[in-house]
Design a protein around this ligand. Sequence first.
Ligand code: KG4
Ligand code: ZN
Length: 358
Amino acid sequence: MKKDLIFLGIETSCDETAAAVVKKDSKGKVKILSNIVSSQENIHKKYGGVVPDLAARAHADKIDQIIKKAIQKSKVHFDDLDGIATTAGPGLLVCLMVGMTAGKTLASFLKKPFYGTNHLEGHALTMGLIKPLQFPYLLLLISGGHSQFLSIEGIGKYKRLGTTIDDALGEAFDKTAKILGIEFPGGPKIETYAKKGNGKAYDLPKPILYKSGCNLSFAGLKTAVLNVSKKLKTKQDKYNLAASFQSTVNEILKIKCQKAIEMFLERHRSIKDKNFVIAGGVASNLSIRKNLKKIALEQKFNLHFPPINLCTDNAAMIAYAGLLNFEKGKKSNLKMFSQPRWPLDQKAPYMKGPGLIL
Ligand code: KG4
Ligand code: ZN
């Protein structure tokens, strides 16, 4: 008979120090027993972006307390754990090393299996924490560091259909916010500004809209925002630029999602249960959610969003990805290194700079 599986997850890839405990019971039911996240927003605010050394120091200061809290809240004991999963990449090297050192030390001390886990795999499988979802499904991952369409075909089976050739979408939101004088991290504030503005006020570019499949590009849009911003006079102008930026993003996503759906269906011609999952921090944006809902409905796909606290970085998704890999028989690897660059689809071509094929 199958037994319950309990995993501790640790996440320190960027500016969130997080630990969580996740359980999958013998009937396959998944439960988050604890999910502790400590954000470093206040530390990085005055610099307008994440400062790697300060982030690493803050992780090192807090990680033991965060793990302790996650264990206490979960009401399990260290001895009850079946394994420990820690984000090994992609992310900031100095930050990843803090979580990896903590996770490896705990795992070797407790004699538990250790899994250096891919942060993107965490985002890709998050939806399973909420409800069972059959493979394959289409994933749009939109975060501060990544913007990708992936066909999720099983644990460890990920096919990238498209990616950004320059900036990530969250980065474009954050940079637009910075241009408008909004404090870091400004992405969520753009949404608030946009509500008060006219989305048609400025005509902004949509790079590679009908080119390069479902690959994405946001650098030109950001530059256009910078150019327009020099002419702004009133607060209302700022609201209008935020609204125009957001509605341009929605138009880009509409065309690119249609293309990604087409590519996904070409790969899975006989698929009946068509599911589209949106993950990553930008998936918290309600206007983007509304837009994607409409597209999915038109294309007869069921659309799934994780709740907002699981869209942004957290350790529950890391614990869960580690647990699923353990269940699948993947070997524990205490010798694993932190990997700042670690694509989910290892065979996908590098799409930035000279690797770009339009
Ligand atoms: O997934 P996440 O927490 O961290 C990364 O792995 O990058 O995503 C953070 C990103 C940031 O760029 C943030 O500005 C963006 O998600 N974000 C938003 C919203 N909430 C978070 N962007 C637009 N609208 C939002 N409501
Ligand atoms: Zn993330």
